[in-house]
Design a protein around this ligand. Structure first.
Ligand code: HEC
Length: 160
């Protein structure tokens, strides 16, 4: 066997021996990272802040991506996912009713950030978005959600 042919073979042998020990090292690192994550109280957001001002216009796209699945594209609570809620037991708000959201911005932002599983049943479905959306994106989504009642009024006015 000449040297040129022996080289790939040598590399393969090195890889076979180095492989398992590298994997073991990675596993330890991963375990440590997981434990650290569980212990730490401070949350590290998994997104980059956009640095843009909150706006209902930007919120529309965010709502379609992350919220319409449950809340429905017009916020009536009739998204495809809502078909799987326990009939009679699970509630989802009709956000076209202005009173549902009026004057509660601070609380609503907190509820979108943290989710509602922390409240007693049946308020446990609304997921938390603090690891998914930036503060600006949450505010934009809420700004958009708050346009639903005006949109619904316009539609019903057009019908009459
Ligand atoms: C998995 C389904 C689901 C998704 C996705 C979802 N929601 Fe909800 N949301 C709910 C349900 C169900 C409720 C009613 C409370 C409960 O049961 O948790 C709710 C409640 C709310 C409320 C009312 C909270 C209150 O205090 O009255 C707001 C506002 C809201 N959601 C906004 C959003 C926004 C904005 C998004 C997207 C960023 C979103 N939701 C994504 C299911 C969902």
């Amino acid at each position: 066997m000449n040297t040129i042919h022996a080289l790939p073979l040598l590399a393969a042998v090195v890889a076979v021996f180095a492989g398992p020990s590298l994997a073991a090292e990675n596993k330890d690192e991963m375990k440590a990272a997981t434990k650290a994550g569980m212990r730490s109280e401070a949350v590290t957001p998994h997104f980059k802040p956009t640095g843009k001002p909150a706006s209902a216009a930007r919120g529309e796209a965010i709502f379609m991506d992350h919220c319409a699945l449950c809340h429905g594209i017009h916020g009536k609570g009739d998204g495809p996912r809502s078909a799987f809620f326990v009939p009679g037991g699970q509630y989802i708000p009709d956000m076209t009713v202005a009173q549902v959201l009026a004057g509660r911005d601070k609380e609503l932002i907190e509820n979108i950030r943290e989710g509602l599983h922390r409240l007693p049943e049946p308020s446990y479905v609304m997921p938390q978005f603090k690891y998914i959306l930036s503060d600006e994106e949450i505010r934009s989504a809420l700004a958009y959600v708050k346009t639903f009642s005006a949109q619904a009024t316009k539609k019903s006015a057009a019908k009459h």
